[in-house]
Design a protein around this ligand. Structure first.
Ligand SMILES: *[C@@H]1O[C@H](CO)[C@@H](O)[C@H](O)[C@H]1NC(C)=O
Ligand SMILES: *[C@@H]1O[C@H](CO)[C@@H](O)[C@H](O)[C@H]1NC(C)=O
Ligand SMILES: *[C@@H]1O[C@H](CO)[C@@H](O)[C@H](O)[C@H]1NC(C)=O
Length: 443
């Protein structure tokens, strides 16, 4: 119904917003945006009506005044982390630890303790320094090599972008590039082309307000995936980072970064707020431009309420809702070395029969178990790619104390069969072959 109305409106919108016709998608079963709920996640978020102007206000003054990163400070692919660092909610250096993730992100955005625990465990183990419990929110930092003097012998942490690719950060990001694409291939930096596509889509779907809603973000994720399939011979969507974190980040853009106002208690992400939080501005010709690391929380801004936080359950339910709307968008796999060659992995094979078809991901419980299984299967490979010797042993020790409790948050999965790693040197997917070095975009 809604799609029919949109169809009749398209010519009018195209006249009102010149340039929009270029990105007007064809509405069919594969891309119909109305198949995804306007307010995803657990149903009670869609009913939330409360507003507390004091508890929800995000301070941007005093110790939380905005300042751009200094020359040795690191910023990376996540606008929320970059903005939190620029406002001193987490270390302004961009090298952060447990207190930053659990307390700093809660103070800034009411980031829930559940996703914080999952993120922290993965970031420290796969992208950071298991000994000090710290990691870089962007590219490699010499400050997080486990034992500085022996660092090069025992391990060389990656940070969450650049060589940290596919541990947490994945291809077809909201605005960042694909690490192994032929062009626009920084996975730490934003590309205005992708930001502008999102702004255009929000205007097309939601009218002149341009409000960037979860449904717009879900549709943008579809478009970004299609763009990667058709332009990046090495595109790969991994079981955890690709299937889950990539879409989860699209949802977080709204659920933690939207302005939660009295008149919009469920959130409102205007184009102006988006531009500030994603470090975009307009040049003399009105083109969108990106400044690395200048993400900024607007001055009068309200976070989600403490009793309306986006939990691990919400991540799983919203992902399952996406897989129900567009099953093919949940395929795990990638291009096989040429553009438009996307092939899916055999799910029953990598999951020991837990999951046999992409439709199984429409069940959030099964999805959670598959994700936990996938992380466990990749853990030995991810760790031995980065660490050796004593550092590898201590990293493996953290699997029991840090990683397993975090994965348990994804669900109670009795008798979980062992999964099989998809990252391997001879993978048919070039994007799934582990790489520690090579000529790459450093940022
Ligand atoms: C560690 O990796 C980074 C890239 O992530 C590289 O620039 C640096 O030279 C490496 N250091 C050592 C000691 O191998
Ligand atoms: C704005 O974009 C247009 C089209 O890509 C380009 O021709 C123009 O030079 C850009 N303006 C500036 C100031 O870079
Ligand atoms: C929404 O429901 C979940 C699960 O039933 C519950 O844990 C959460 O507190 C509820 N949130 C609100 C805002 O009522």
């Amino acid at each position: 119904m809604f799609s029919k109305i949109l169809f009749t409106l398209l010519p009018i919108l195209a006249t009102a917003f010149p340039g929009l016709h270029q990105s007007a998608p064809i509405l069919n079963r594969q891309t119909d945006p109305t198949l995804f709920p306007e307010y995803p996640g657990l149903p009670n978020h869609s009913l939330y009506t409360k507003f507390d102007p004091i508890a929800q206000r995000i301070s941007t003054t005093g110790v939380h005044a905005w300042a751009p990163p200094g020359p040795n400070d690191i910023r990376g692919p996540c606008p929320g982390l970059n903005a939190a660092a620029n406002h001193g909610y987490i270390s302004r250096s961009g090298v952060i630890g447990r207190n930053d993730v659990f307390n700093g992100l809660k103070a800034a955005f009411n980031f829930d303790a559940g996703p914080a625990a999952v993120f922290y465990a993965l970031a420290v183990l796969f992208d950071g320094d298991p000994l000090t419990g710290r990691f870089s929110i962007g590219f490699h930092s010499k400050d997080t090599n486990g034992i500085p003097i022996l660092g090069s012998l025992l391990g060389n942490e990656t940070g969450i972008c650049a060589y940290g690719h596919n541990h947490i950060e994945a291809d077809a990001s909201m605005t960042r590039g694909d690490w192994l694409a032929p062009s626009q291939n920084s996975n730490c930096a934003s590309y205005p082309e992708f930001g502008q596509q999102l702004l255009d889509l929000a205007l097309l779907r939601n009218g002149p307000s341009g409000n960037i809603t979860p449904r717009v973000l879900a549709e943008h994720a579809l478009n970004r995936r299609q763009h990667s399939i058709s332009t990046n011979p090495n595109y790969f969507s991994a079981p955890f980072a690709g299937l889950f974190i990539n879409f989860g980040a699209h949802m977080l853009a709204y659920t933690i970064l939207a302005n939660h106002l009295a008149e919009h208690p469920r959130g409102y992400l205007s184009p102006e707020s988006f531009m500030s939080l994603w470090s975009y501005s307009r040049d003399a010709d009105g083109n969108l431009t990106y400044t690395y690391g200048h993400e900024r929380i607007p001055d009068i801004y309200y976070k989600a309420a403490a009793d309306d936080q986006w939990t691990v359950q919400d991540f799983l339910v919203s992902s399952a809702q996406r897989c129900l709307a567009w099953p093919e968008s949940c395929q795990v796999g990638g291009n096989t070395g040429t553009v438009n060659s996307f092939a899916g992995v055999t799910l029953g094979d990598i999951s020991g029969g837990l999951v046999n078809a992409v439709e199984d991901f429409q069940d959030p419980v099964k999805l959670g178990c598959f994700l936990a299984q996938a992380v466990k299967a990749e853990t030995p490979g991810f760790l031995s790619n980065v660490f050796s010797g004593a550092l590898l042993s201590s990293a493996l020790g953290l699997v029991t104390s840090l990683l397993n409790p975090a994965l348990a948050l994804l669900g109670d999965c009795p008798n979980l069969p062992a999964g099989r790693a998809v990252f391997e040197p001879n993978s048919v997917f070039p994007g799934a072959r582990p790489q520690k070095s090579g000529k790459r975009n450093p940022f």
